[in-house]
Design a protein around this ligand. Structure first.
Ligand code: NAD
Length: 260
């Protein structure tokens, strides 16, 4: 406990009621950071898991597709904890279809949630970080911020966009104690990916196990999922003293996906 490195810091993690966001929130909490959770669905379970790590935890249910909700969430975080020191832009959704068939409302939702929300949270968090001369913004992008895959136009566009936003935010703050970096996971077995496994199993009339192997085999040479805990540990490193001169990178943790 005495070696916890983030005591006194507040971390806000968007989309942290599930999957990668919850994994990152737990890793930051293990280092002593107070946590603001966000996301849809059950918040009580995740809140209890974080509280059990001995930190303060709050929840705000802002819809990341709505600028006014995001403003209210950032005001809530400032009121509750005095400001956000570590901002993890993680909320994200997926939709799979070819460009000519892509539903316009799904395109708009993916760009709003996976990209524009990070602009709003960042613009609202930066003044506090700059004033304290310490801050960490971690954007959960994807390997799809670095390379494309068919059927994922909106997702790939949003993730390439957030890698660009990461670089500019890092550059604008490069002489300060505020850093901004992106994390680019390959496959992580969360509800977002389980839906894609289920769709493959149904389309090809194969078992869940076979569909999982196919999914990994197409893209990920390690044939292993990255875990939310591993991504959480990467976030902790980016928040550490040793991470203070890592600026504007898009760091993949992808079982070799992008090395091919
Ligand atoms: P998930 O579905 O488990 O979690 C998504 C979270 O975002 C949930 O908490 C959900 O409630 C929240 N959310 C969705 N829409 C929201 C909205 N409008 N407002 C607020 N919260 C909202 O998915 P995940 O796999 O953990 O994905 C998290 C992030 O990681 C996403 O940005 C995703 O693109 C990225 N990512 C995932 C993978 C993967 O393989 N799972 C790979 C690379 C990147």
């Amino acid at each position: 406990m005495s070696q916890r490195t983030l005591i006194g810091k507040t971390a806000l993690v968007t989309g942290s009621t599930s999957g990668i966001g919850l994994g990152i929130a737990k890793s930051l909490a293990r280092q002593g950071a107070n946590i603001v959770l966000n996301g849809f669905g059950d918040a009580e379970g995740p809140k209890a898991e974080i509280a059990a790590l001995g930190v303060q935890v709050s929840y705000h249910g802002a819809d990341m597709s709505k600028a006014s909700d995001i403003t209210a969430m950032m005001a809530f975080a400032a009121q509750t904890f005095g400001g956000v020191d570590i901002l993890v832009n993680n909320a994200g959704i997926q939709h799979v279809a070819s460009v000519e068939d892509f539903p316009v409302d799904r395109w708009d939702a993916i760009i709003a949630i996976n990209l524009t929300s990070a602009f709003h949270t960042s613009r609202l968090a930066l003044p506090h970080m700059q004033q304290k001369n310490w801050g960490r913004i971690i954007n959960v992008a994807s390997v799809h911020g670095l390379v494309g895959s068919a059927q994922k136009s909106a997702y790939v566009a949003a993730k390439h966009g957030i890698v660009g936003l990461t670089k500019v935010t890092a550059l604008e703050n490069a002489t300060t104690g505020v850093t901004c970096n992106a994390i680019c996971p390959g496959w992580v077995l969360t509800p977002l990916v389980q839906k894609q496994v289920d769709a493959k199993a149904a389309a090809l009339k194969i078992s869940n196990d076979e569909a999982t192997k196919l999914l990994l085999g197409e893209k990920e040479p390690s044939m292993q999922f990255t875990t939310p805990q591993e991504l959480g540990e990467l976030a902790v490193f980016l928040c550490s003293e040793a991470g203070k001169n890592i600026r504007g990178v898009a760091w993949n943790m992808d079982g070799g996906w992008v090395a091919q």
